[in-house]
Design a binder for this molecule. Structure first.
Ligand code: SF4
Length: 751
């Protein structure tokens, strides 16, 4: 009896809250948070687990989030507003002393100072001299873009083109299909051939994996196309180590074989596409023959032919159809938009969309018709001192924006026009000092003494090291939000599980309070979280039919109301009704033309000086730079920390063996790593992993990360970042013993 009573008491002290993982991941997991009441009247989350009722989460979380409470309750959390101490220079102090540069202040002091500084800067230089910088540190609708956008629109601040991750592919996909939709993850279980094209499913889309495995148990093959031997490639049936930036040509060579052998689905093409004849003629050109493509892609001709046949014939022989999981790595290349267009055309040629389990998934985000205009209120720009739409600054060119935009020229005029210089930078949901390309230019800009920088963060990131004012941000357990997904088709509501730690404020609260300080009187700045959720859901779009805040609060997740066929199946692009292009059909023109990226072995910028293609790859156990400071995650990534992976032939040509200290460099910068010689990359390619800058140096010294080498060149479509079009050279700077020869490593200086 005593045990039962104790058990009942314990139950009474806990409750389970439905939340949604808001990290930048296609899976958008449903998370059950167990919260325990404390004797002091407070509460503490004691367990997080995947919701078993969610059809895609299926009761498990990834390795990044399974022990999430270590992040939530980390002793390193930023819990209070802080201000840079007088006289303390911007930039990392090193040796774990970065926090020494700041002193604690109240929220009132922080808001007063921010409001005063922004008002003064806007008055002197124009409001466009204020630049917000945010991305997908949270992908909840309220946290990603709602009150923050209202605030900056009303201020007249520069708009930010949020291009750094997926814009090239997203725009490209829409050019072909008109809407960002794809094969539902559950349907991959019905595929007979799965092609993971630039998709590390096992590493960063783990909730697709059970469906892939289910398909494989029924006989499906998994083929991975990726320059890097990812976790997924290692367990696939076949890994094709394509050379970076040559995906368009591989897709054209596959089309070449399909058309040459009459394997296309002419009936589907006639019913659902425009431009079939033009594409056919283009694909059949001799330069797209597998033999010609083999020399450039690095994949032999017979393998290309075999894949083309298997791809086209899948679904026609009693086995399941072919499904492509295309991911965004492919489009982070100079011509990556075209590459996505080319790959996305493959299921339009074979008609793979017609069968359950066939088709392609790049993203499902376009299936969620959230009312973005109601959330962000772009019309507030008209009420700003500008009285017009503000200029737009591309986030993938932050170094340029901070060091060149609107700067005074030698003759006293304004050079590099397009408006005023950036005088205030407001960073939230992002860590640009680590993740933005051309890092040395970014850091030079952030070091500017005349730049007023505010950073809203959970931890003392690389970007926080450059802040004038630091503000504490909550984790997803500490806020309420509504969320879609880009890897499944369920709308979800994330309940606030626990009170914000310390004095952390949500984005909504931060920007609403700041608006009041700035004297913005519009009623929209008083909207509550629930008001905003209602506004986000306020649409007549049929996909959201029946989805309300009240229902989401009760049910946690609700399936989108996608149209179904006679069998009750929702098969995107299985007929012409699905397309949202101007023509109402899949667009096969303009035909995709392969052009080697300038920074690639076949490109115009390839010289003997920098002959190697560099892959600044992402960790399986971090989310870009998020989690890189958490000890558990560091342990999971220890195997590849600080390493440059090289092919044996490239290592031999430079006299390198595993363990040698190397410098990898180009004209933009350099970084120091240890050589790891092996088979993870093809010849001519080297790879290193993204990490925080200050976790990349030896002995706590400030350092660079992989973005010291990447460029601000933008993609052919969408103005996206081109991380994977980067040429470098490598040289030995120390023997395996660790004795190093000195090199100049001082590319960053105040500008
Ligand atoms: S990071 Fe992705 S896989 Fe991991 S819990 Fe979050 S949504 Fe799920």
């Amino acid at each position: 009896m005593a045990t039962e009573a104790q058990g009942m008491a314990a139950e009474a002290r806990t409750r389970v809250v439905h939340a949604v993982c808001s990290h930048d991941c296609p899976d958008s997991c449903a998370v059950l948070v167990t919260v325990e009441s404390l004797a002091n009247g407070g509460e503490r989350a004691v367990k997080v687990e995947g919701d078993p009722r969610h059809p895609v989460t299926q009761g498990f979380l990834c390795g990044k989030v399974a022990q999430y409470l270590e992040r939530v309750y980390s002793p390193d959390r930023l819990l209070y507003p802080m201000r840079r101490k007088p006289g303390r220079p911007k930039g990392p102090a090193g040796h774990g002393r970065d926090a020494d540069a700041f002193e604690r202040i109240s929220w009132d002091e922080a808001l007063d100072e921010i409001a005063a500084r922004l008002a003064a800067i806007a008055a002197e230089f124009g409001p466009e001299s204020v630049l917000p910088y945010s991305y997908a540190g949270t992908i909840g609708k309220l946290g990603f873009g709602s009150m923050d956008r209202r605030f900056f629109h009303r201020l007249g601040a520069s708009q930010l083109a949020r291009t750094i991750c997926s814009e090239a592919g997203g725009v490209a996909f829409k050019q072909v299909y008109g809407i960002k939709l794809g094969t539902p993850p559950e349907d991959f279980a019905h595929a007979g051939l799965i092609v993971a094209w630039g998709a590390n499913i096992h590493g960063n889309n783990i909730h697709l994996w059970p469906f892939v495995e289910e398909a494989r148990r029924k006989g499906a093959r998994l083929v991975v196309i990726d320059p890097y031997r990812t976790r997924t490639a290692a367990v696939a049936d076949e890994h094709l180590a394509i050379r970076p930036g040559t995906d368009t040509l591989l897709a054209l060579a596959l089309m070449h074989t399909i058309f040459a052998e009459g394997l296309e689905d002419a009936e589907y093409m006639a019913a659902c596409t425009d431009g079939a004849a033009e594409l056919r003629a283009h694909a059949l050109r001799p330069e797209h023959a597998p033999e010609r493509a083999a020399a450039i892609t690095g994949i032999d001709a017979e393998t290309i032919r075999r894949l083309a046949r298997a791809y086209a014939k899948a679904g026609r022989d009693g086995n399941g159809p072919a499904a492509i999981r295309l991911n965004y790595g492919v489009q982070r290349s100079e011509n990556g938009g075209t590459a996505v267009r080319a790959v996305c055309m493959l299921p339009l040629i074979t008609g793979a969309w017609r069968q359950r389990g066939g088709g392609l998934q790049l993203t499902t985000s376009g299936a969620f018709p959230f009312n973005g205009d109601a959330l962000e209120m772009p019309e507030l720009m008209q009420a700003s001192p500008l009285g017009r739409e503000a200029r737009t600054v591309n986030m993938s060119r932050l170094g340029h924006a901070l060091t060149e935009l609107g700067q005074t020229s030698a003759d006293g005029g304004v050079a590099n026009g397009d408006g005023p210089p950036v005088k205030a930078l407001f960073v939230y949901n992002s860590n640009p000092a680590a993740v933005a390309p051309n890092q040395n230019a970014v850091l030079r800009g952030m070091l500017r003494p005349d730049l007023f920088t505010v950073v809203h963060e959970q931890f003392l990131t690389d970007t926080a090291d450059y802040a004038d004012i630091l503000l504490p941000a909550p984790t997803f357990l500490e806020v309420k939000d509504v969320q879609g997904a880009y890897g499944h088709l369920y709308a979800q509501l994330s309940q606030q599980a626990i009170a914000p730690l310390g004095e952390a404020w949500s984005n909504v609260r931060l920007f609403a309070e700041l608006a009041r300080r700035m004297g913005f009187a519009e009623a929209c700045f008083a909207d509550t979280d629930d008001d905003l959720i209602d506004q986000a859901l306020a649409t007549e779009h049929p996909f959201f039919a029946g989805i309300t805040r009240q229902r989401l609060q009760q049910e946690g997740h609700i399936a989108l109301a996608l149209p179904g066929n006679a069998a009750g199946e929702s098969l995107p692009f299985s007929d012409a009704n699905w397309f949202r292009t101007a023509s109402g059909r899949g667009e096969l023109t303009p035909v995709p033309v392969f052009i080697a990226p300038a920074e690639s072995r076949g490109g115009a910028a390839c010289t003997p000086e920098y002959p190697l293609e560099f892959l600044p790859r992402k960790a399986d156990n971090y989310m870009n730079s998020t989690f890189a400071n958490i000890p558990r995650h560091q342990r999971m990534e220890a195997r590849s920390t600080g390493l440059l992976e090289l092919h044996p032939a490239d290592a031999a040509a430079r006299g390198l063996v595993t363990g040698d200290a190397v410098e990898v460099f180009n004209a933009r910068g350099s970084l120091r790593l240890r050589a790891q010689v092996g088979g993870s990359v093809p010849q001519g390619v080297v790879a290193a992993r993204l990490n925080w800058n200050k976790l990349s140096g030896a002995d706590g010294a400030a350092a660079n990360n992989v973005n010291a080498l990447t460029s601000e060149t933008v993609t052919d479509i969408g103005g996206g970042a081109t991380f994977y079009s980067t040429l470098v050279e490598v040289r030995k700077v120390g023997e395996r013993s660790g004795i190093e020869t000195p090199v100049d490593r001082t590319p960053v200086a105040a500008g």
